[in-house]
Design a binder for this molecule. Sequence first.
Ligand code: PAF
Length: 287
Amino acid sequence: LIKIETVAGLREALSPFRKVDKRIGFVPTMGALHTGHLSLVELSKRASDVTVVSIFVNPTQFGPNEDFTKYPRTLEADATLLEIAGVDVLFLPSVVEMYPDGATTSINVGELATVFEGAIRPGHFDGVATVVAKLFNQVEPDLAFFGQKDAQQVAVLKKMVRDLCCNVEIVIGETARETDGLALSSRNRYLSATERKESSGICVTLVKVLGDVTAGKTLRLAVEDATRYFQTICPNATLDYLDIVVIETFRKMDSFNGVDKLLIVIAARFGSTRLIDNLVIDRPTIL
Ligand code: PAF
């Protein structure tokens, strides 16, 4: 595992591989790595000749009252996990390396960045799109790997890649889950024991919507019923949203309307910890 902190050093390390047409796979992360990240590394290892992982807690994607300063930083443990996983290059840029003095250009993908997560976290997706565009320019990967857990981030980045003709293929890894269904997230470590217990209700609620719609309930009724259900099984949590949307645009849907797959999305707060999750829902055959 080679650790590199500068863009110049990264380019120098990757250029021999590029010269002989090796496929570069890239997994961008903010560290505090868990099995979800490692499954993306695994996908990259299988599909690429060289795997690059970045760890950069990106300040521009955090709001002023969010957890930037307390976001878990576990560099030593992360590096050990990546070494064991067989990662070739670990890119660890500083904030100044990523945002040199006077850097003001940012990327905005439009309306998609303003709904759901974007409505609750204004500017978040501009920060994500901007840092990922920069990382793509620095790493120049053939393939880049992201987790389905952050479904709106995936939609934003796919749109950016298409709109800006980025020369990279985005590959999505399935959401990794705890045995009770809780989606793995670096933020799960903030949960108290009681919050952790209740937090499985997020996944249970998604599964209820899936089951109800598959059994023939209308999308709106399924969402309304599951909203009440969530509040009974997670009495100490606050639901930010529960809805059914188009996967690519996050437009709310009342029916499948010719589309084969939609996405159930949920976000809830357990104390000061915000968790998100989602589940793809196929058009029921009975409709
Ligand atoms: O998903 C994340 O960890 C981050 O949003 C990303 C893609 C690394 C950009 O900072």
